[in-house]
Design a protein around this ligand. Structure first.
Ligand SMILES: *Cc1c(COP(=O)(O)O)cnc(C)c1O
Length: 386
């Protein structure tokens, strides 16, 4: 029987180290390894290619995303480095289809970097029937986020993955917002799952990293090759910090979800708030899909205030516990203004088409006591509506 989320988070890749029995993997802070003779070694040659601390993190990520079926994790120095490596599977002339509400840095990479190498991207709402309309002869990849950033849209991963795979495309799911505790896209048909481990996986806003998790042997070989050939590897200390974060991942996710559910429920009764985007609300247009593919609905909420951008600015300035900052998924609560912060790199029309507005704020609900967070929100709403 599959063990529970907390047990799996605590025990993922926990193999006591051979020499001392150290329960947690040591930080192997080395750039190279001694060889007995030319090319006679213990499997470790050079630390870009192999590092035991990184391997422990990679194994843990694979176990979390794919507990019932063998998979491989491959780690990178940032989420963007992981995304770059996946994009390097493509060649000039290839085409990507992506959902239209996508992490700003991913859009920037696709539109400003990959475009220079002759790789084209089409953004789509991916409503029923859309895939046929945007499909091209040269399409190679379907790129999904669910829940999306910052609009918390939900895509039906199983349905879209089966349609894409029928056409021979690679299905990539950026699972950063859900974490493997809430959603496992490989079980829903994705080929490649990726994370910015900077967010919920690390969970303490003290390390930047990325990871891809794959079951397909061919894709594993190609991505491992790219990890070494392009070289955007994480350092051993960063891997240690990220693995340390994983030990409490399930515990933290439960609290993030408890707090976010309670806060959205209370926000629905506030006149100052005109729009609440949270997949856990029955009023969310794809709530039933979220309920079928996620264990719970996560810690991210986006809201629009009655007073638009001015009110959003006053609200953020008045909050005391929610810090104004980029990023998400840490133990502390954060507020972000996607229009001018995380998504500013996306052209304005593209932001509007996706449904973003200057009055939208995104909350990353932390693991503080919910009454304290709520009191903070209420006093800030009162100030912002004056
Ligand atoms: C933050 C983020 C990224 C980029 O990751 P970095 O670690 O910042 O490079 C990619 N996708 C999503 C959904 C993110 O939130």
């Amino acid at each position: 029987m599959e063990k529970g989320e907390s047990t799996r988070s605590v025990h993922a890749a926990m193999d006591p180290e051979q020499v001392t029995g150290s329960v947690q993997p040591p930080i192997f802070q080395t750039s190279t390894y001694v060889q007995e003779d030319f090319s006679v070694h213990k499997g470790y040659e050079y630390a870009r290619s192999q590092n035991p601390t990184r391997e422990a993190l990679e194994k843990a990520m694979a176990e979390l995303e794919s507990p019932n079926s063998p998979a491989t994790g491959i780690c990178f120095s940032s989420g963007m480095a992981a995304i770059t490596a996946v994009s390097q599977l493509l060649s000039s002339g290839d085409h990507i289809i992506a959902c239209d509400d996508l992490y700003g840095g991913t859009v920037r990479l696709f539109d400003q970097v990959l475009s220079r190498y002759g790789i084209e991207t089409t953004y789509s709402k991916l409503s029923p029937g859309d895939l046929e309309k945007v499909a091209q002869q040269n399409t190679k990849v379907l790129w999904l986020e669910s829940p999306t950033n910052p609009l918390l849209s939900i895509h039906d991963i199983k349905k879209l993955a089966s349609q894409a795979k029928a056409r021979g495309w690679i299905v990539v799911v950026d699972n950063t917002f859900a974490s493997p505790v809430l959603q496992r896209p490989l079980d829903l048909g994705a080929d490649i799952v990726l994370h910015s481990t900077t967010k919920y996986i690390g969970g303490h806003s003290d390390v930047v990293g990325g990871c891809v998790i794959i079951r397909d042997e061919q894709l594993i070989e190609r991505l491992k090759f790219l990890q070494n050939a392009a070289g955007a590897i994480p350092g051993p200390f960063d891997c240690f910090l990220t693995l340390r974060g994983i030990r409490t991942l399930a515990l933290r996710m439960e609290r993030h979800c408890d707090n976010a559910e309670e806060i959205t429920e209370r926000l629905t009764k506030r006149a100052e708030v005109t729009r609440i985007l949270y997949p856990g609300l029955p009023s969310h247009p794809n709530h039933h899909v979220a309920a079928s593919q996620m264990r719970r609905f996560g810690g991210m909420i986006s809201i629009e205030l009655e007073g638009g951008e001015m009110a959003a600015r006053k609200f953020a300035a008045a909050l005391k516990l929610f810090l104004t900052a980029e990023s998400l998924g840490g133990v502390e609560s954060l507020i972000n203004h996607p229009w001018t912060m995380t998504h500013a790199a996306i052209p304005e029309q593209q932001r509007r088409d996706a449904g973003m507005t200057p009055g939208l704020v995104r909350l990353s609900v932390g693991i503080e006591d919910v009454e304290d967070l709520w009191n903070d929100i209420v006093q800030a709403l009162q100030i912002s509506s004056q």
